[in-house]
Each structure stands twice: as structure tokens, then as C-alpha cells.
Design a protein around this ligand. Structure first.
Ligand SMILES: Nc1nc2c(ncn2[C@@H]2O[C@H](COP(=O)(O)OP(=O)(O)OP(=O)(O)O)[C@@H](O)[C@H]2O)c(=O)[nH]1
Ligand SMILES: [Mg+2]
Length: 500
């Protein structure tokens, strides 16, 4: 027999078995169908003989039963919210200038660093006082933002350069040509730059403008589309300026403009030519050719008309949008500062309670009393943290949370005590280690983990999510055991020696 035949015979047997199983299964299904049909027919005959009242009773019963099955299935299968995993916190931001100012004072009195947020309020007040309309030039590096402002204002000091990232800071240029409103033209660093600080500066400035001119030099890339969508999402009034029109033939330009207008429905798109410098060949009187640099002609009329038309028709709307945008920017900064302040304060609290728990464990007079002390301290620590995050008391059951956390601790305390005992023994100069010292180290680790776990969920979701906090606690309590035990052993020993 050949090798090939050898391999194919087990396959054939397998296929044969499969066919037999299929036949058997089909027969079984057929029998089942027949059986069901028979039962259905007999039920139908039975129902046919029933009185109408009984028939109705039967139908209602059947309907009720199906409904219960459906509801139970839905309850079992409905998508549940994950207990762990980051949850985006909804931030309640003040809606107008005065509420924002109030929020600033409140945060200031609590010790939050409000400098950055307060600057936005000052900026808002300054821009409201001035009659100028703030127009920010925003777009990719080297799109020609600075060149456009130079072409409009004639300001020769503005740096224009083919190298990317020329503009690094915000610069304002006043422009009044007697027609319409005075403009304050803002030059911003380019976005889509490798320097993320430049990008941050530009994005923030766009949020401080009455009107944003999005400068591009061709069709938009995916990143540029995303950036524009973000600006639209922030309700920034926009005009798109397609710069460097000299690079395109008339047909090309018409086609690009049409595509841009189609993609950016609702946003006005105009073609411009900021100018810049170009190389031309000059022919001398004696016919000699020589390359020279000259300023390219600027074509900015369409953009200027679009800006003035927008201001003329939408001035009130632009002002309202600017106020809202600046309040929102300031409020976001205040929120960040508040979260940072809470985190730092929270870390301090966790450290303090960890210290107290360690001292409590060392001072415990009889076995078991430490657990009572720690339970009390645990509740106090979590309450202090939730108060810091302004979580409403009715939203959380701290005692229940500590009960659950204690059960978790109970499961691993023997292991923790054994580990800390070993770690402590390894310290030079420690003779026989006392039980209090071992407990102090273990509780140091427990409190630090628990406190940080609670802090993490508060920071992420603004409230105490019991299951999430317990998950985090579980994660951190068992991580880096050795080095954490050593750290707390050092602390406990210092305290122990100080007391002695
Ligand atoms: N062909 C052509 N080149 C232009 C035009 N406008 C600007 N440029 C050139 O584009 C380059 C970049 O111009 P900038 O004004 O520095 O660009 P920017 O957007 O301010 O760049 P960053 O400050 O780096 O973000 C320069 O070399 C300009 O000469 C134009 O209308 N046509
Ligand atoms: Mg520039």
C-alpha cells in the first residue's frame, strides 16, 4: 500500500462516521417535529372543545407566561455596565462669567491654584472691553499663517520661513482699515507639529478667538479634518483659507475648492495667496539671465471680504460664542487645578491615616483590638477622602465599603503578617520582632493600598465606586509586596525606636 492511501483511509472512516451521525441527527429532528406536530394538533383539538371563557383564561395564561420568560431573558442578557474600567467623568462647568467667577473664589478659598483659570477670566474681560474682533490664524505648520497676517497688515517684522515651526508664541497685530470693525489678528504656532507645547498653545488660542481662520495649502489630511471637527465641536466660528493658490492651475483650484466646500459643508472656504518670496529669472540689458528673489503678489481680498461679511452679519453671535468659549476654557482649567489639588491633598490624607493605623497597631493592647481600631480609622480615612471630593454623604455607604474591604484583608492577612515578619527579621539590629511591629507594617501596607485605591476611583469618576475601588485595592495590595513591606518596616522601626 502506498503512503498516500495509508493517510487517506482514516480520513474516509472519519467522513463515514460523520455522515452516519448526520443521518442519525436528521432522523432525530424528524421524529421531534412529528412529535411536536402531534402534540400541537391534540392541544388544538382540546382547545376547540373548551368553553370560550376557559379558552380566554388559557390564552391570557399563555401570554403572561411568555411575557415572564421574555422579561427574565432580558434581565439576564441585557448589557451590564462594567464595574471596572475607566469611566469618563461628567464635568459640570459653570455656564456664564459670573458663575465662573464665583467658582473661582470658592476654589481659591480651598487652596486650589487658580492662576491659569483666573487668567482666562481676565482675558475674557479684556476682550469684552475692547471693540476689536479677535481673529486667530490656525492651521498646519508652514501653511502660511504668518505670511497671511504680514500680507494683511504690511508688518514686515513678522517672521515667514519655509522651515516648519517658525512661529512659537502667540502674537497679536492690530489692523484697522477704516472699513468695518477693528481686527486683532492673532498669529499662532502651527498645529500638527512635533512640538506638542506649540500645538497646545495654538489650540487654546483658537478657543479665545471671535473667529478662526483655518489656513491650509491644499486638500485636507485626515488629521486636519479631525482638528477642524474638534473646532466645530467647540463652536468656533470658522473660515477656511486655502493658501498658496499660485501653486494650482485655475481648474485645479476650482476642483479643490469644490471638494473642500463639499466636505466642509457649512464652513465658508476662500482661496488666498499670502505671497511669500519667489525666485524669478531677470534678463539684463545685454541679454544675460540671472535668478533673483522677489516678493510674490498677495491676493487676500476674498478673505478680507469674508471676514468683514461674517462680522457684519453675525457680530452678536460671535461675541456670545467668545464669552462662552472663554468661560468654558477657564472652567476646564479650574477643573484640572481642582483635581490636582484634591489628588495632592488626598495623598496627604492617605499618608496621615496610614501613619495613624501603624501607630494604632503598635499600641494595640490585646490581639484583635487593632482590627477594631483599624476599622474605625478606615472609615475615617474614606470619609475624609469622599469629603475632599465633595461626594454627597447619601451617595456612599462608607461602613459597608470598609466591611467589604476588611473581608478582603481577612483573606490575606496571614500571608501579609508572615511576609512582614520575615522582612522585619532581615533588618539589622532587630532582635525578636514584636507582634505589634509586624502588625504595624502590615497595616501600613493595607492602608496605603486602600487609600490609594479609593483616591483613584474618586479621581476617575468623582464618586466612590465600591466595586471599582475594591478591584484597585486588590490589585495594589498584592503588588510589589517585598519592597513595600521593606519601606513600611523602615517607617515602623523608626517610630518604634523613637517611642522606646
Ligand atoms: N507659493 C506660495 N508660498 C507661500 C505663500 N504664502 C506663504 N508661502 C510660503 O510658505 C512658507 C511658510 O510660510 P509661513 O507664513 O512661515 O507659515 P506659517 O504657517 O506661519 O508656519 P509656522 O509658523 O511654522 O507654523 C514660507 O516659505 C512662505 O514664503 C503663497 O501664497 N504661495
Ligand atoms: Mg508662522
Amino acid at each position: 500500500m502506498t503512503e498516500q492511501q495509508d493517510q487517506s483511509s482514516p480520513k474516509r472512516i472519519l467522513r463515514l462516521l460523520l455522515v452516519l451521525a448526520l443521518l442519525f441527527l436528521s432522523l432525530l429532528i424528524l421524529l421531534l417535529v412529528l412529535q411536536l406536530t402531534e402534540s400541537a394538533l391534540s392541544v388544538w383539538q382540546m382547545l376547540d372543545q373548551l368553553s370560550p371563557a376557559l379558552l380566554l383564561f388559557y390564552a391570557v395564561g399563555l401570554f403572561g407566561f411568555s411575557l415572564v420568560v421574555l422579561v427574565v431573558s432580558w434581565l439576564l442578557l441585557r448589557p451590564t455596565r462594567p464595574v471596572t474600567g475607566k469611566k469618563v467623568q461628567t464635568i459640570h462647568l459653570p455656564e456664564d462669567r459670573d458663575t465662573f467667577e464665583e467658582a473661582l473664589h470658592k476654589a481659591d478659598s480651598k487652596g486650589v491654584d487658580i492662576t491659569a483659570a483666573h487668567q482666562e477670566l481676565q482675558e475674557l474681560d479684556q476682550r469684552t472691553r475692547q471693540p476689536s474682533i479677535y481673529v486667530t490664524f490656525f492651521g498646519a505648520v508652514s501653511a502660511g499663517k504668518s505670511a497671511l497676517i504680514r500680507a494683511i497688515t504690511g508688518e514686515q517684522a513678522i517672521q515667514v520661513d519655509p522651515r516648519t515651526g517658525t512661529t512659537r508664541q502667540i502674537a497679536h497685530y492690530r489692523f484697522a482699515n477704516g472699513e468695518g470693525a477693528d481686527l486683532n489678528l492673532t498669529d499662532a504656532p502651527g498645529i500638527l507639529d512635533t512640538n506638542l507645547e506649540h500645538v497646545r498653545i495654538a489650540r487654546e488660542e483658537a478657543r479665545r478667538a471671535h473667529l478662526v481662520i483655518y489656513v491650509c495649502e491644499g486638500e485636507l489630511t485626515r488629521d486636519q479634518h479631525r482638528e477642524l471637527a474638534e473646532l466645530q465641536g467647540l463652536q468656533r466660528p470658522l473660515i477656511v483659507a486655502l493658501n498658496k493658490q499660485d501653486r494650482y492651475s485655475e481648474q485645479e483650484l476650482t476642483a479643490i475648492l469644490a471638494r473642500l466646500s463639499e466636505q466642509l459643508s457649512g464652513i465658508e472656504v476662500v482661496a488666498v495667496q499670502a505671497g511669500g518670496r519667489e525666485e524669478v529669472i531677470r534678463i539684463d540689458a545685454d541679454g544675460k539671465e540671472q535668478p533673483v528673489m522677489r516678493e510674490r503678489v498677495a491676493r487676500i481680498d476674498d478673505l478680507m471680504s469674508a471676514i468683514q461679511a461674517k462680522i457684519a452679519t453675525e457680530l452678536e453671535g460671535l461675541e456670545v460664542q467668545l464669552d462662552e468659549s472663554l468661560v468654558r476654557l477657564g472652567a476646564e482649567k479650574l477643573h484640572q487645578a481642582t483635581m490636582e489639588h484634591r489628588l495632592q491633598e488626598g495623598k496627604k490624607q492617605v499618608k496621615q491615616y496610614t501613619g495613624k493605623a501603624m501607630i494604632g497597631a503598635m499600641a494595640a493592647v490585646s490581639p484583635g483590638t487593632d482590627v477594631l481600631i483599624q476599622g474605625y480609622l478606615g472609615v475615617q480615612m474614606v470619609k475624609a477622602l469622599t469629603t475632599l471630593y465633595e461626594v454627597k454623604a447619601r451617595e456612599v455607604d462608607v461602613e459597608h465599603f470598609i466591611d467589604l474591604a476588611s473581608q478582603n484583608v481577612g483573606k490575606r492577612i496571614t500571608l501579609l503578617l508572615a511576609l512582614t515578619g520575615n522582612v522585619l527579621k532581615a533588618f539589622p539590629g532587630v532582635g525578636t520582632v514584636t507582634g505589634g511591629l509586624i502588625h504595624a507594617v502590615a497595616y501600613g501596607m493595607i492602608f496605603e493600598s486602600l487609600g490609594n485605591a479609593v483616591l483613584k476611583t474618586l479621581q476617575e469618576s468623582g464618586t466612590l465606586k465600591t466595586h471599582q475601588a475594591l478591584d484597585y485595592f486588590e490589585e495594589t495590595i498584592s503588588g510589589n509586596l517585598e519592597s513595600r513591606a521593606q519601606y513600611f518596616a523602615r517607617l515602623a522601626l523608626e517610630e518604634f525606636r523613637r517611642k522606646q
